[in-house]
Design a protein around this ligand. Structure first.
Ligand code: CTP
Length: 446
């Protein structure tokens, strides 16, 4: 019996996919189709796959051509599959010509003529019109976002808004944007969605006005500094049928999501302690981060990341919060803060500092072991599961590409395209939890 194998994402199954599966089957007697897992696609940079793994598998299955369907989960798996399933022929579309010649050592490699004029990418673009994105602000984070956008399909940066029109023009020229404006209404007219990258205290007004004009909003962290404002924005967004998401990149990063799932699976027993530290020395005291009036300080600047880890691991329902800070006498902002959040059966500590540097790691303590994530854990790539016996260490690595903002923007665009009210990766109530802790901290400090 001649066994054939072929692989693909098979997103939004189309004629090209059907042709290749048919032709692959004709090459032998038994066909195995490998469908890529979400994790694998994400890691190889295919961020905009629209259908879930199960939907894609069911679509391939419904053709009734494949004798067996398997899941492709990692680079290099093809060699193993060919050996494991005794494969005679590896078949793939001609767009991959030459790329799989290394498999000739294990079986025959056949490149099948690709069907012209159709692809999942084209279909995704046809079904979902390209989201025109406007950038509010032209500072450091806005520039960083611009460098990440080219990695995401389905979105095009269209316009920039800033109070200083000259600076907005410079930004627009630098990033080849069609429109720049210092008039917020005009700017909103030109876009479908906005990314707010301005100082914290301006987020609320910019977000509110955009939502009222039915624009989707991705807002830099912290979304606002108060519970009432954050709640108000979410209610307004739901009423206006637009997506509102907080841009905490860690929440959308593949390795962080994996880390949380593993931690919650019971592998370290019950989670009793989360200790998350994020320090980032900022020495220039003329910057916004040291400006009390503009909402500067370690908590407002950095606490979203540790709180994100804490809420994902221990949940929303805590009993008490204790806040301790060192305030700089010249600028009146907290240069170091520790927030202890006491849960019924667990204790969490978040340490943040813009004026004090210390090891910035994440430790998750359980009744059977602990998880160690080295700095910079908020750009999670690597973590270890450790136990009492120092020889028993399990190591995990998942790629984190570029600045990592591509994951949050990709999720934002997918949430818009799938007509969902919010993303499961960062929920409304979690953003409200962050606002609540920040508000309590601000009240206790100032
Ligand atoms: N394929 C094909 N003809 C097409 C599109 C895809 O023969 N018009 C083949 C690919 O060469 C591959 C298989 O179908 O062997 C699965 O490809 P996949 O990457 O899932 O499909 P694309 O439509 O190319 O997806 P995308 O646009 O996301 O790259």
């Amino acid at each position: 019996m001649k066994k054939v194998i072929t692989y693909g994402t098979f997103d939004l199954l189309h004629k090209g996919h059907i042709n290749i599966i048919k032709k692959a089957k004709e090459l032998g007697d038994y066909l195995i189709v490998g469908v890529t897992s979400e994790d694998y696609d994400f890691n190889r940079g295919k961020l905009n796959v629209q259908q879930s793994l199960m939907e894609r598998i069911n679509n391939v299955k419904s053709l009734g051509i494949a004798d067996e369907i398997i899941i492709e989960e990692y680079f290099g798996q093809k060699i193993n599959d060919i050996k494991k399933y005794d494969i005679d022929i590896f078949a793939i579309g001609s767009d991959w010509l030459g790329k799989f010649d290394y498999l000739k050592e294990y079986c025959d490699v056949v490149y099948i003529e690709r069907t012209k004029g159709i692809s999942s990418t084209e279909l995704r673009d046809k079904y979902n019109s390209i989201v025109k994105l406007g950038i509010v602000g032209y500072g450091r984070i806005a520039n960083r976002m611009m460098s990440e956008l080219p990695f995401i399909s389905g979105v095009t940066p269209e316009a920039v808004f800033g109070r200083n029109e000259e600076k907005a023009e410079l930004f627009a020229n630098k990033h080849e944007l069609n429109i720049y404006s210092s008039n917020y209404d005009d700017f909103l007219e030109a876009v479908d969605a906005i990314y707010i990258a301005t100082p914290h205290k301006s987020h609320f007004e910019y977000a509110k006005q955009a939502i009222l004009k039915k624009k989707h909003v991705l807002c830099e962290k912290p979304m606002t500094l108060s519970v009432s404002e954050t709640k108000y924005l979410f209610e307004l967004a739901h009423k206006n049928n637009v997506v509102l998401q907080e841009a905490i990149k860690t929440a959308y990063a593949p390795a962080f999501i994996k880390l949380v799932n593993i931690a919650k699976s019971g592998i370290i027993g019950q989670i009793k302690n989360v200790n998350a530290t994020f320090t980032k020395l900022i020495e220039d005291k003329t910057l916004r981060e040291y400006n009390h009036q503009m909402g500067g300080g370690s908590i407002t600047e950095l606490i979203s990341y540790p709180l994100c880890a804490i809420v994902k691991l221990l949940g929303l329902n805590y009993n008490d919060v204790m806040i301790n800070s060192i305030i700089d006498d010249k600028t009146n902002v907290d240069i170091l803060s520790t927030i202890n959040i006491i849960y019924e059966n667990a204790i969490a500590t978040a340490n943040v500092g813009i004026g004090v540097k210390t090891e910035s790691d994440l430790r998750i303590g359980g009744t059977k072991g602990y998880i160690y994530v080295p700095a910079p854990w908020w750009k999670t790539e690597y973590f270890e599961i450790r136990a009492e016996d120092p020889n028993k260490i399990q190591k995990f690595f998942t790629k984190y590409d570029g600045e990592g903002l591509r994951y949050e923007i990709s999720d934002f665009i997918n949430t818009i395209n799938n007509h969902k009210a919010c993303s499961y990766k960062l929920k409304d109530e979690e953003s409200i939890f962050f606002a609540e802790i920040i508000e309590k901290a601000m009240l206790s400090l100032y």
